[in-house]
Design a protein. Structure first.
Length: 80
């Protein structure tokens, strides 16, 4: 299955992209995270601290994905 993932902040900078298309065999966020690390090695050190948002809601890594999902990788943010 092919999915598109929106990237922001440090993750977009590390990847050099604002959106990436990824082919995954298994359809979970965990499989997607693993494939992102393989496809874009510069993202690998950041992924452990990121969360996925699917259709505008944060999800766990065991969340099953479908091709029509809107997926965003959300990195750590801080503020005062």
């Amino acid at each position: 299955m092919n999915v598109s993932v929106k990237l922001f902040g440090a993750e977009a900078k590390a990847a050099g992209l604002r959106e990436v298309s990824v082919e995954i065999g298994e359809t979970t966020c965990l499989a997607l995270r693993d494939e992102l690390a393989r496809k874009i090695p510069a993202l690998a050190p950041l992924l452990e601290k990121c969360r996925f948002a699917v259709n505008h809601e944060f999800v766990e890594l065991d969340r099953t994905l479908v091709a029509s999902d809107e997926i965003a990788l959300i990195g750590m943010v801080s503020g005062g």
